[in-house]
Design a protein around this ligand. Structure first.
Ligand code: CTP
Ligand code: CA
Length: 224
């Protein structure tokens, strides 16, 4: 039946998904982080698995369940980068839902910094993992990035689609409390070079299936 076919429509895919916010250590007890909960990436993993894909989930939120996925727990952007790049050759698609810290403290203090010390944090840029993924992928490996925006969601999404060399961008609005970071719902746009699809406000699980519909359509048009 059609319903059953849809439920297995990703059975040819082996999808690497990143999830959660990275944590960049300052000292043994403190970190720089962001508000990403990992729920969107985990919803994508669950939905992809249900549609027959093999899933490897590189996540900072390994406390969230993801039965049936290969879980790779990571914490920092550097750990996420090596986990992703070492597995890139074995997957057919990559979805970068994680909120990767753009900067990390230049030095990690060996011991807890006391409040009696003057603290000035020097930050250095993290590598852009997505950039390396696009550069190192095999022909035919699909790459979907996310763009978390608090304004100009569509325009910034279009810009990132153009500039990052990805097959699609999920542009989402993280400015309101009912959606995006840490919420159970999300909304945004699925942008490819061929089309722009509105992703109406819905549960992250429903939005995950819309994103995977987009992935399936891109896969159907693979030239390799
Ligand atoms: N990303 C990444 N490595 C980084 C930063 C971001 O792989 N060091 C990925 C994210 O997982 C996401 C995409 O790049 O899929 C876009 O992230 P975003 O923060 O929206 O874009 P940036 O290029 O970092 O731009 P800015 O934060 O300045 O808006
Ligand atoms: Ca960023």
């Amino acid at each position: 039946t059609a319903a059953l076919e849809k439920s297995r429509d990703l059975s040819e895919e082996h999808i690497l998904i990143t999830a959660g916010g990275t944590r960049e250590p300052i000292d043994p007890v403190r970190f720089l982080g962001n508000r990403s909960s990992g729920k969107m990436g985990h919803a994508l993993a669950e939905a992809a698995l249900a549609r027959g894909a093999r899933v490897v989930l590189v996540t900072t939120a390994s406390h969230l369940s993801a039965p049936g996925c290969e879980i790779v727990p990571v914490s920092t952007a550097a750990e996420m980068q090596s986990a992703v790049l070492t597995r890139l050759r074995s997957v057919t698609a990559v979805i970068m839902a994680a909120a990767v810290a753009d900067f990390r403290p230049a030095h990690r203090a060996a011991h807890k910094i006391s409040k009696s010390e003057v603290l000035t944090l020097e930050l250095v840029r993290n590598d852009d993992i997505l950039h390396h993924v696009v550069a190192q992928r095999s022909p035919g490996t699909l790459v979907i990035g996310f763009a978390a925006q608090t304004r100009d969601v569509l325009e910034e999404g279009r810009r990132k689609l153009r500039e990052k060399g990805v097959d699609a961008i999920v542009a989402n609005d993280v400015s309101a409390a009912d959606r995006g970071f840490d919420a159970d719902q999300n909304a945004g746009y699925f942008l490819t070079r061929q089309q722009e699809t509105l992703l109406a406000l819905s549960s992250k699980r429903v939005m995950a299936d819309r994103i995977l519909d987009g992935l399936r359509d891109l896969a159907a048009n693979r030239t390799i």
